[in-house]
Design a protein around this ligand. Structure first.
Ligand SMILES: [Zn+2]
Length: 173
């Protein structure tokens, strides 16, 4: 692609553009774009995910215990949604629940996780989902450690891990 001056937003009013594109959108605008709900068709998700990831994250499947990538994963960093890459859990709140699934006692921020009642298999459980793209993640139980007493029991297949050498879990920084 060559230079096209007629598509250059700076070409119309060069005397007033310094910084303008950034102040118009602003940080708040960028954040709201990032947090906008994300929906795709099954075909679109299949293109982005492996078959296992699709069946678990988009069709509410469950990986077998002690088989996922992260149940015994101890590195410092952030676990993101496999579908939309939203940060969901920090390694700082990961613990060994003995269940064979990655377990966390809190989400990286409360709003990142949505909850729904799941009455499949004759049990009343609380399903957890990614707030942004509604990916199925797993379930939350009330047998976790202090300080929350919660156990977010998550399928490895629904997560992608990014190492964070600073160990910072602050999404604002
Ligand atoms: Zn998501």
């Amino acid at each position: 692609m060559g230079w096209q001056s007629n598509t250059n937003p700076f070409s119309r009013a060069p005397h007033e553009v310094a910084g303008a594109p950034f102040t118009i959108i602003g940080l708040r605008g960028i954040l709201s774009l990032m947090e906008a709900p994300l929906s795709k068709t099954d075909d679109q998700w299949r293109e982005l995910l492996s078959e296992e990831q699709f069946l678990i994250a988009r069709k509410k499947g469950t990986e077998r215990a002690f088989t996922g990538a992260y149940w015994d994963h101890k590195a410092h960093g952030t676990y993101h949604c496999i579908c939309c890459h939203e940060p969901l859990f920090s390694s700082q709140s990961k613990y060994d629940s003995g269940s064979g699934w990655p377990s966390f006692w809190q989400a990286i921020r409360k709003e990142a996780i949505a909850e729904e009642t799941d009455s499949q298999y004759g049990m009343i459980r609380t399903e957890i989902l990614c707030s942004r793209c509604h990916a199925h993640l797993g379930h939350v139980f009330e047998d976790g450690p202090k300080p929350t007493g919660l156990r977010f029991c998550v399928n490895s297949a629904c997560l992608s891990f990014e190492a964070n050498p600073q160990e910072s879990a602050d999404p604002e920084s």
